[in-house]
Design a protein around this ligand. Structure first.
Ligand code: PMP
Length: 363
């Protein structure tokens, strides 16, 4: 290809061209220092200025109250599947326990990891519905003695998203926002912990964001490794070990880009528009189908199937040749998936729909 393609990868995923160009322009000589940002000490005043600005911009974009700490960690969402229980489960009234709402592969993975640290109680699951929906609120078996309720606000593999933050009274809510962070407005005060990696809606992989209510720091289990201990990380500016400085710098460029677009409110409308375009096309088609309960369809990961699955390989090879990359669904789900995160322009979705229409005509 002579040009940039449209990349529908679920993560790592497309980064705005402007951001890549700025990183390229600054790579050899950053801020006139005669070195790149990746080559300087994380404790230097120049890097600390980047770090403080990243925190400031993220706080602005997500509208994070001062009563919440922002940690920039490593290890991804998978790391936090262990980190969260180690830091919070001890708050269970009758010993370490947490509730899990299972709406897909990611929330189930979180539940299984937590079992190593205490009781990981299944509140409800949509497994018998092939994870194509969210269990009805009145079917949730919430415990009275659990430390918190964990849920996944957007299931990246199934393409199932909570339209709103669940109402759970004064229970502590832990939200896996790996695949919809910064894609729409979220009322941070409704949750105790919000976490996710940067590699979908922000920039390259390597940095994991954990937003946690400050009063919840300091309850970690004795066994907690120092790098997973939120209280220790908070006391050390997330630098208990050497942080992923280049990923943090890239996330910072991503935040500046999003601010320039007009922030989360503006990108939310654009994301809705992109998703509507794609789902409306799929719904009128006789070749493609989306199987997710309409009210829970993800605006980030649009999953779809070809009714004639013998056409799958042709669909994938021809779409790739047309400059539409990474449309194969996750192997656990099959079919196709178009991930249309913040950095995917409307033109990319238009190009995808045009290709799908043309492919259907020829099929
Ligand atoms: N949760 C969700 C919803 C995800 O999509 C992912 C990654 N695809 C993870 C957790 C795991 O994140 P990581 O790979 O950053 O550890």
């Amino acid at each position: 290809f002579e040009r940039r393609i449209f990349n529908f990868s679920a993560g790592p995923s497309t980064v705005p061209e402007e951001v890549l160009k700025q990183a390229q322009a600054e790579l050899l000589n950053w801020h006139g220092l005669g070195t790149s940002v990746m080559e300087i000490s994380h404790r230097s005043k120049d890097f600390m200025a980047v770090y403080e600005e990243v925190l400031h911009d993220l706080r602005t974009l997500m509208n994070i109250p001062d009563s919440y700490e922002i940690l920039l960690l490593q290890g991804g969402g998978i790391g936090q599947n262990a980190g969260i229980p180690m830091n919070l489960m001890a708050l269970g009234k009758n010993g370490p326990k947490a509730d899990f709402l299972v709406t897909g592969i990611w929330s189930e993975k979180s539940r299984q990891e937590a079992e190593k640290y205490g009781v990981a109680h299944l509140v409800a699951s949509s497994a018998t519905e092939q994870f194509n929906t969210i269990p009805a609120r009145d079917s949730w078996d919430l415990s009275d003695d659990a430390a918190y309720l964990h849920y996944c606000s957007n299931e990246t593999i199934g393409g199932v998203e909570f339209p709103d933050t669940p109402e759970v009274g004064d229970r502590l809510l832990v939200a896996d926002i790996s695949s919809n962070i910064l894609s729409k407005e979220m009322d941070i005060s409704k949750g105790a912990v919000w976490f996710g990696g940067a590699q979908k809606n922000i920039g390259p992989s390597g940095v994991t964001i954990v937003v946690v209510r400050k009063d919840l720091l300091g309850h970690s289990m004795k066994i907690t490794p120092s790098i997973w201990d939120w209280g220790k990380q908070a006391a050390n500016q997330s630098m208990v070990n050497t942080p992923p400085t280049f990923s943090i710098y890239m996330a910072g460029l991503g935040f500046k880009w999003l601010l320039k677009q007009g922030g989360v409110k503006v990108i939310e409308q654009r994301n809705q528009e992109k998703a509507n375009l794609l789902y409306d096309f799929i719904d009128q088609s006789t070749l493609y189908e989306n199987r997710v309960n309409k009210v829970y369809r993800s605006r980030m990961n649009a999953t779809f199937f070809l009714r004639d699955e013998s056409l799958n390989d042709a669909f994938l090879s021809q779409s790739k040749a047309a400059g539409l990359l990474a449309l194969r669904g996750h192997k656990a789900a099959g079919g196709m998936r178009a991930s249309i995160y913040n950095a995917m322009p409307l033109e990319g979705v238009i190009a995808l729909v045009e290709f799908m229409r043309d492919f259907e005509r020829r099929a």
